[in-house]
Design a protein around this ligand. Structure first.
Ligand code: DC
Length: 219
């Protein structure tokens, strides 16, 4: 069986940076499942479908073909054959991804793709339901979190460095709203798997968290 490390947690806890690092050190492939939900969200925005139009989302998602490939260790998400990596990192797409991810048929489609990928490849996969639903037999499950204040501060610094004008209180409110939606949806809500190890990254550096995960994996 392929080797699997599952990392779940709320937005902005540092999952993708850390998962990428762990994958590189262990020689596994990093799979960012949030990017798949974001690609689907981008499709809905392009098609003019609103985040509350549940039936329309369910209908429209059948014509979105989402696949991923890896180039130089980087995951590339293809939406109907087009590389959309450069288009999915906005707040608008993130919020839309959180909205459409509450819909069963969207999840079924993407979970199937994620499970197929992990069947044949050693993966570090991050998301919201990886340890609970996608890879319930993963050899190591991590629930990575940090306080909403720390997460908002990190996001603020990231956006400011890119020259984006933003307000830290609004960012924190957005994070709290998104956490609430992700944790309270009916299907596959974000929660810590019973056998997951909890890591709070509020007071830890990226390297410290990555090292901790690697040492947990190596036992
Ligand atoms: O990790 P992210 O911010 O890129 O994810 C965007 C949204 O996608 C997130 O708010 C909820 C949804 N998502 C999900 O429901 N399940 C996953 N495995 C990954 C992401």
């Amino acid at each position: 069986m392929s080797k699997q490390i599952a990392i779940d947690g709320p937005a902005g806890a540092g999952k993708s940076t850390i998962a990428k690092k762990v994958a590189k050190e262990l020689g596994f492939i990093y799979v960012d499942t949030g990017a798949m939900y974001r690609a689907m969200a981008l499709y809905m925005i392009k098609e003019g479908v609103g985040g509350n139009e549940r039936e329309k989302i369910a209908e429209t998602c059948t014509s979105a073909d989402i696949t991923i490939k890896h180039e130089n260790g980087e995951q590339i998400v293809l939406l109907n054959g087009e590389n959309v990596n450069g288009l999915i990192r906005t707040e608008e797409v993130g919020n839309m991804a959180s909205a459409i991810s509450t819909i069963g048929i969207v999840r079924e489609k993407l979970v199937e793709l994620q499970q197929k990928l992990a069947e044949t490849t050693d993966v570090v996969m991050d998301g919201r339901d990886i340890g609970t639903v996608v890879l319930p037999k993963a050899s190591l499950k991590i629930y990575l979190t940090a306080s909403s204040k720390v997460r908002a501060d990190r996001r603020f610094k990231e956006l400011s460095a890119k020259g984006v004008k933003c307000n830290i209180d609004e960012i924190e409110k957005d994070i709290i709203d998104r956490d609430y939606r992700d944790m309270h949806r009916d299907i596959s809500p974000l929660k810590q798997a019973e056998d997951a190890v909890l890591i709070d990254s509020s007071e830890l550096t990226i390297d410290e968290v990555a090292e901790k995960i690697i040492s947990l994996y190596k036992g």
